[in-house]
Design a protein around this ligand. Structure first.
Ligand SMILES: Cc1ncc(COP(=O)(O)O)c(C=O)c1O
Length: 372
């Protein structure tokens, strides 16, 4: 990590997003995939906290022609932000919302028989992707019901059948039985359908990495674009780098005698004379309160423990008597190649996805690198 990456101009917490890293992660995926496989960039949940419009512009400029979000509002925000790529909305619409799919040229996911009925009856001019439930048990049509719907949609005068897809439940594990079975079911269904001119897509980041047989016409990476493998230990696609570095600042440093307590509830007491740095970020910004007395941050390249309870607006870290930490120092919560969201995720028994999407709106996103 170069020095410039760690500098913060404003004292407020910031999420520094290096668009160049997202571009390089995209290129790493492209190198891994067969050149004919297209990429549907998943930018739901504000591009996993990175900023959906900025990331979508970057992806568009790097030649990605297809994006995916979950809600209609996310899709409209992209259109209003000037995004022209195809946008697939993976979530479930309300019937009254269907005209907006037409107005904003959005692709609708047929995730349930009810949605299929509306689409057939209401006859909007929309492109649709049929989702099949091959074992995730979340959304999608039952495989046996798909051939009938497929023919009705194919012959419909206004609806355009644009895609067929499924979602894998356990692809982050290589050689997983359930995943193999999901792919087998999907293939069996494909054999029963006329899919001429239709985009077939199955794999998200984990499927891309561990199941080449699930690459089909297109893939739907999310987390890999942002620099994370779906498992902390398996690095199948090499060269992924975290794109977001979450930073705050030391806003106070104080000496504590042995036995003095820190923060609400006095859950930590100094076991020795020490110094405590207060950092201007808290659970209102997305720092999980369960990191109280457990988490770590980096200051001047050194890792220091969070001591005492995480507050709404501040955390305290023990920096000891002899460190060079002082007022105004930038603090890296996470987001460098050696100190990243997997470290926090493992502390919290979760995954980087949850850590990234919970970075709050009070944390300003700053874009470095590629112009957008
Ligand atoms: C249907 C679907 N496709 C693709 C993705 C992207 O997944 P990932 O971020 O693991 O690549 C998701 C996210 O969970 C999803 O729900």
């Amino acid at each position: 990590m170069g020095k410039a990456h760690v500098a913060v101009e404003s004292p407020e917490p910031q999420a520094r997003v290096r668009l160049g890293a997202i571009r390089r992660n995209l290129e790493a995926l492209r190198r891994y995939l067969h050149p004919s496989v297209r990429i549907i960039g998943v930018v739901k949940a504000d591009a996993y906290g990175h900023g959906a419009v900025a990331v979508s512009r970057l992806l568009e400029s790097a030649g990605v022609e297809h994006l995916a979000v979950v809600t209609l509002q996310e899709a409209i925000a992209l259109r209003e932000g000037g995004i022209r790529a195809a946008i697939l909305v993976l979530g479930v619409p309300g019937r009254e919302e269907l005209p907006l799919y037409e107005r904003y040229r959005l692709e609708l996911a047929i995730t349930a028989p009810e949605v299929a009925h509306w689409v057939v009856e209401d006859a909007h001019r929309i492109r649709v992707h049929v989702e099949v439930d091959t074992g995730m048990a979340r959304l999608g049509l039952d495989p046996d019901s798909v051939p009938t719907w497929w023919e009705r949609l194919r012959q419909h005068p206004t609806v355009e059948l644009a895609g067929l897809y499924t979602h894998l439940a356990s692809a982050s594990e290589p050689e997983n039985r359930q995943t193999r079975e999901q792919i087998r079911r999907f293939r069996a269904l494909l054999g029963r359908l006329d899919t001429e001119g239709v985009l077939i897509h199955v794999a998200s980041s984990a499927g891309i990495m561990h199941y080449p047989e699930a690459h089909f016409d297109a893939v739907r990476p999310g987390i890999a674009l942002y620099g994370y493998a779906p498992s902390p230990t398996l690095q199948v696609v090499s060269g992924l780098e975290p794109a977001l570095c979450w930073m705050a600042r030391v806003v106070s440093v104080r000496f504590l005698p042995r036995g003095a307590s820190v923060s609400y509830g006095a859950t930590w007491r100094a076991p020795r004379p020490t110094r405590i740095a207060t950092v201007n970020v808290g659970y209102a910004d997305g720092v999980d309160r369960r990191l109280s007395n457990r988490g770590f941050v980096e200051i001047r390249g050194q890792r220091y423990p969070i001591v005492g309870s995480v507050n709404m607006d501040f955390i305290m870290v023990e920096v000891g008597l002899h460190s060079p930490v002082r007022f105004g120092d930038p603090v890296v919560l996470f987001g460098t190649p050696s100190w990243h969201a997997w470290h926090w995720a493992e502390q919290l028994d979760t995954i980087p996805y949850e850590i990234l999407v919970r970075i709050g709106t009070r944390v300003r996103r700053i874009y470095e690198g590629d112009r957008i």
